[in-house]
Design a protein around this ligand. Structure first.
Ligand code: ADP
Ligand code: MG
Length: 239
């Protein structure tokens, strides 16, 4: 199996008034088709790592950061180095789908238009894809509504449909069901995982839902938190 991500000695430091936080990733290899869970408490760096994997956030340093979504690969560390933002954003919109914690939907366009967004960005005709995903996620009759008229669970299903619409090779999801009640969360998670299986995508999911990790057979990525000598809080992910 080819590796989608190959990362060695990557780190990202966030500085704020309250002090500094450093994410460290000594080694991370993600093979095509793997389903991975980043499990850890709030503040350990899950969203930071997802943003880096989504090519949204630039690492402070990386010995190696290769991304090979399908055939052909790209040296992300080097591409950030020469600041080719347009190349990164084109890789992102073509190959990656990202489900944010609370949807991140555009409030002034319909659910259907939100789902079609990732396709239109690529100049593709949404065709029947939007209706098909809507029906697979049980929101076929909600697609004309604005996000504000939907329940939290329905909004997350729209966010999931949007992340999958353009058939990306990789789907990243940041605690996609944490804002839902347990029953809805379970239902939405089941639909999400079944779409992930049907579409054969590589999944990287941040969660603190251990039972879901086991139920869906995800590979959990271990992490440790600690404090460096200078007081910097560290989150270290281990493969
Ligand atoms: N843009 C930012 N600026 C400063 N600090 C940040 C920023 N983003 C995150 N942090 C800090 O980095 C740490 C890890 O955050 P995050 O990646 O969001 O963790 P998690 O998703 O696991 O809750 C936290 O201490 C957070 O406050
Ligand atoms: Mg987070």
């Amino acid at each position: 199996m080819p590796a989608v991500y190959r990362i060695r000695d990557l780190d990202k430091t966030h500085r704020s008034e309250g002090g500094a936080f450093r994410l460290r990733v000594p080694l991370l290899n993600v093979e095509a088709g793997e389903k991975i869970a980043l499990v850890g408490p709030s503040g350990c760096g899950k969203s930071t790592l997802l943003d880096i994997l989504a090519l949204v956030l630039r690492p402070s340093a990386a010995e190696r950061f290769d991304f090979r979504p399908r055939s052909g690969g790209i040296d992300i560390a080097g591409t950030w180095e020469i600041d080719q933002q347009n190349h990164l954003s084109e890789m992102r919109s073509r190959h990656i789908g990202y489900v944010l914690q609370t949807g991140g939907l555009l409030p002034y366009i319909s659910a259907a238009d939100n789902i079609a967004l990732s396709l239109r960005l690529l100049g593709l005709d949404p065709g029947a894809r939007v209706a098909q995903l809507g029906s697979e996620l049980g929101i076929g009759d909600q697609l004309r509504k604005l996000p504000g008229m939907l329940s939290a669970g329905q909004r997350q299903r729209v966010a999931i449909a949007r992340a999958l619409a353009h058939k990306p090779a990789i789907v990243l999801a940041d605690e996609p069901t944490s804002s839902l009640d347990p029953v809805t969360a379970r239902k939405v998670m089941e639909m999400f995982m079944s779409l992930v299986d049907d579409n054969g995508v590589t999944l990287i999911l941040a969660t603190h839902d251990w039972p879901a990790v086991e139920r869906f057979g995800l590979r959990a990525l271990h992490f440790e938190t600690g404090q460096a000598d200078d007081g910097t809080v560290e989150g270290v992910f281990r493969d």
